[in-house]
Design a protein around this ligand. Sequence first.
Ligand SMILES: [Zn+2]
Length: 229
Amino acid sequence: MKLPSEVSFIDLHTHSLKEESDVFQIVNLFPEQMDQLFNNKNPFSAYSIGWHPWYLKRNQIEVTMEMISRVSTNDAIVAIGECGLDLLCDPTIPLQLTVFKEHALIAEVVKKPLIIHCVRAFNELIRLKKEIMPSVPWIIHGFNANLTIGKELIRHGFYFSLGKALLDETSNAAKLLPEMATDHLFLETDDSDKSIETIYRQAALLTKVDVEELRKRMVANYYTSFNIR
Ligand SMILES: [Zn+2]
């Protein structure tokens, strides 16, 4: 999906569509929120669809993944996810791995980036990236784990979408940001009530580029990473 020409900021990952006319928002949908996709009249929004690791149920794998696969070709769906691995939630690791891999394969088929939620399972995530060798960007959203892991993920070619953690200058996300190439960076609000503009301003401060320049880079990243012609 092309960006509307009036767009100023891109919010890579949010859970609710906000009333901001110049922000292109990628609204995350859980499978049960699919209806929103067909009711979308907002040219400033697109969607990602995925099954969050917190909510996995073994007896629903087939029907849920089939549904995600079916809508994944829809033009309003620009990314697959959020999906991922989370060692702090109840669903078992084998179940999480199975479902994550299915998302990754759908992303390959439809050539759309994967938006990843990862908590304490970064080594597993790196292993999976080596195994699957994806052709689409794997974007870790909301990253705020330690710097050593962050640098390891950069080395393995992951993309990042950073958000509210940047507002705390002592956070890991804020420390990692200057270490990464901005062509692998996106910015997001996720479930925060901060505006995406606030996040951009803070990221500009931390990377020492001005907001306008950062804004242009994020637009360029969108076009290259999201396979838009
Ligand atoms: Zn989220």
